[in-house]
Design a protein around this ligand. Structure first.
Ligand code: AOF
Ligand code: ZN
Length: 346
């Protein structure tokens, strides 16, 4: 039987939950009897039924369950969360075998789900297409395992490697297609982050206009609270979080996080407590460089224009272990960093 094909299908189903389940992981599930799919399901909505329950509920030929194999992209849960444990339900239904893509790193589960299944005499296998599963839920895994949001750095540079003019003045590098793509990316992450200097000089809105989607949280570091209040990021049109060392009363859609220690690590740890699972860092150079210097990043999305600037501020330098995806259509290069072999080609 082609096990990987069924797991691939379960991963495909998991993806249907994108944008609806965070901070939960996307999970898909396929139930197979004798090489034929008899049930499918996925985690559709945060707080609602898990993938296994939806898949089991979709089976009409229930008498086949004791002879069936369940393919699920995440270890079935063992805890009473917003719903009862999926492992218990699988035991109750008496399925023959459960094949899992990724173990659940959530401390509430972490192996207990698989143990429950084994103890009930269900055959269990894990790690099938594990790299694909980790890539699908890379935000969730980073958030739980590293206790910080998944960090995506984004910038545009010229063919000769410059990011701005000699005095940091902005120069047009990428075009309208790239802008549209960036707005789409903004809608896909929980937060966007820009540096103090960029917020002041570019006065960006940091919202989603060239795409249809959700506006993310805007994150602005302002150590001494020196930014003028009439900047777009303080317009109250969407939530903004300001990291500072000072104290200030919150405003409409405006939160101040007073930090005792001015470091990226502290800021990222603070975002973890606010359930922020991913951030898109849009510049400027100095902020991007601090993320690179402290190795606090997971992914770089880089636009390279064919134009030459000849002089200016050099783009940040990085060494990537793997270049996974190159999309030349909009002059974009996407790079993932990670422990060797953490991600595989997609
Ligand atoms: C599964 N199947 O489809 C998902 C699982 O808040 P709750 O009760 O929905 O629980 C969320 C946790 O359950 C989540 O952090 C992760 O550990 C696990 N997610 N488990 O068996 C699923 N979405
Ligand atoms: Zn569950």
């Amino acid at each position: 039987m082609n096990h990987e094909l069924f797991m691939q299908r379960a991963l495909q189903l998991a993806l249907l939950g994108q944008g609806h389940v965070a901070p939960n992981p996307m999970v898909g599930c396929v139930i197979v009897h004798n090489g034929r799919i008899i049930g499918e399901g996925w985690h559709r909505q945060y707080g609602q039924a898990h993938a296994e329950v939806n898949a089991l509920n979709s089976v009409t030929e229930r008498h086949l369950l004791p002879e069936s194999t369940v393919y699920v992209t995440l270890e079935p849960c063992s805890h009473f969360g917003k719903t009862p444990p999926c492992a218990d339900r699988l035991v109750q239904e008496g399925v023959k075998e459960v094949i899992v893509c990724n173990d659940d790193p959530n401390p509430l589960v972490a192996g207990r789900g698989l143990n429950k299944l084994r103890q009930a005499g269900i055959q269990v296998q894990t790690g099938m297409l594990a790299q694909k599963g980790r890539e699908l839920n890379r935000r969730f895994f980073t958030w739980i395992e590293q206790q910080r949001p998944y960090v995506i750095l984004k910038w545009a540079q010229t063919a000769d490697g410059f990011l701005a003019g000699p005095d940091y003045q902005p120069v047009p590098i990428s075009g309208p297609l790239a802008q549209r793509l960036v707005h789409r990316w903004r809608s896909e992450e929980d937060a966007i982050w820009v540096g103090t200097h960029t917020a002041r000089t570019d006065n960006p809105r940091l919202n989603v206009r060239a795409w249809t989607g959700r506006n993310p949280l805007r994150i602005i570091p302002d150590r001494t609270l020196s930014l003028p209040p009439d900047l777009h990021v303080f317009d109250g049109s969407q939530p903004t979080l300001v990291f500072t060392e000072k104290e200030r009363e919150p405003g409409p859609n405006l939160t101040y996080a007073t930090l005792s220690d001015w470091s990226l690590t502290t800021m990222l740890a603070d975002l973890k407590t606010r359930n922020i699972q991913s951030v898109l860092v849009e510049g400027g150079t100095r902020l991007l460089e601090s993320f690179l210097a402290e190795s606090c990043w997971d992914e770089i999305r880089l636009f390279r224009s064919p134009a030459f600037l000849k002089k200016g501020i050099p783009a940040p330098h990085f060494t990537a272990k793997q270049v996974l995806r190159e999309r030349v259509g909009v002059d974009e290069l996407t790079v993932w960093q990670g422990a060797e072999g953490r991600w595989h080609g997609v």
